[in-house]
Write a protein that binds this ligand. Sequence first.
Ligand SMILES: CC(C)(COP(=O)(O)OP(=O)(O)OC[C@H]1O[C@@H](n2cnc3c(N)ncnc32)[C@H](O)[C@@H]1OP(=O)(O)O)[C@@H](O)C(=O)NCCC(=O)NCCS
Length: 390
Amino acid sequence: MLRAGGHPPETFQVLATQRRRRCADVPPDQRPKGPAENRWPLRCGWRRLTRMGISVTPLDPADRATLDAVYRTAVAAQAVDEPDLPPPCRRRFEAPLWHPMPGIDARWSVARLDGGPVGWIRLYLHTLDNTENASVDLVVDPAYRRRGVGRALHEHGLTVLREHGGKRMVGSTVTPLPGEEHRELPGAAFAAAVGARPALADVRRRLDVTTLDRSRLAALLAGARATADGYRAVRWRDHVPEEHVTDVAHLEGRLLLDAPLGELAWEQEQMDAERIRGVERALDGRGVRRYNVGAVHEASGRLVAWSQLSFDASSVRHAWQQITIVDPAHRGHRLGLLCKAENLAYALSHEPELRVIDTYNAAENTHMIAINEQLGFRPVAGSTDWQLTL
Ligand SMILES: CC(C)(COP(=O)(O)OP(=O)(O)OC[C@H]1O[C@@H](n2cnc3c(N)ncnc32)[C@H](O)[C@@H]1OP(=O)(O)O)[C@@H](O)C(=O)NCCC(=O)NCCS
């Protein structure tokens, strides 16, 4: 959700910086169950939860054994729900405990069934903007599904959200692409069962770098450079050069004005140079390697377009294509293609083992999808952002 061009789950809380997924859509004529469904534990009673042996408590960061077990559930779930993605990076997975993103208060709780950890919820409360919104990751170990653990975690999340004064919860599930309706993906059925509504359809596209036609990439790049007369490309790794940080904050902050949001009630994020530096520190803490290319408008000296690719610390073969954005006043010069293609070449020259790049786009983001298709990205999974309004 808010994957702004393709962020892995945990980053997305930052800006439009991103999200997760799984399941079958609610048929159009079937009304999702309403708030009464949300009161399930009250209707059915916590006594039932206790009887079922489910408890949900905040994660204690000092409890390494629980953290290990929780990480194992994340690995097991990903292997079932998104088997084509690499296992979650351990360093990134636990980083919210040690390196919080600016503007995000992450509340992490663990579900235990008869004492053993079997699932978890991370609720990201937004503190600088979107203060009535929370984004959520909720995962149950595949071996313990359909026993009410997901509901118990969800109810716990609702309690935390209410205590915080929040009004909306947004989470993502994997959904089938056309022709894949047979895939069993429980997330969407679960989201509908707890009363969330589908708010935005995304598609994950993948570039198989092993089949990348490098001469075609060079030709695309040459064409983009020819059309981008009056602009020059600049590269940087993890930290944006000081002279461009204000422009990067401006671009990142306006992303939500440009990216299709569907029914998501998400306001423009308050981005400034200080927050950009805070995000960089948090990503450094996660060990995320970043490759960036921007386009500078030579007449004004302003950075007016920008694209980023990132690698988890645990990954040399897989990368995420993250944000790509062009200032509206500078569109029509192929700056999006220029930044993306130039950045791909930049990353490839430093990451010789790179094999696969994934990215998310809103299904209706036709301009960005056209650029990605030109570069060779192809659909591999659907994703739906669900919104639950209290
Ligand atoms: C979605 C997920 C959290 C559900 O966890 P769970 O513990 O199996 O959920 P519950 O047992 O509490 O199920 C609650 C309700 O969701 C619906 N549901 C859950 N899984 C379902 C499935 N496979 N098929 C149909 N309905 C399903 C049902 O209505 C169920 O109620 P019921 O069992 O009384 O019929 C789990 O499958 C998971 O971790 N999936 C991957 C991550 C994900 O998609 N998370 C959700 C978005 S953040």
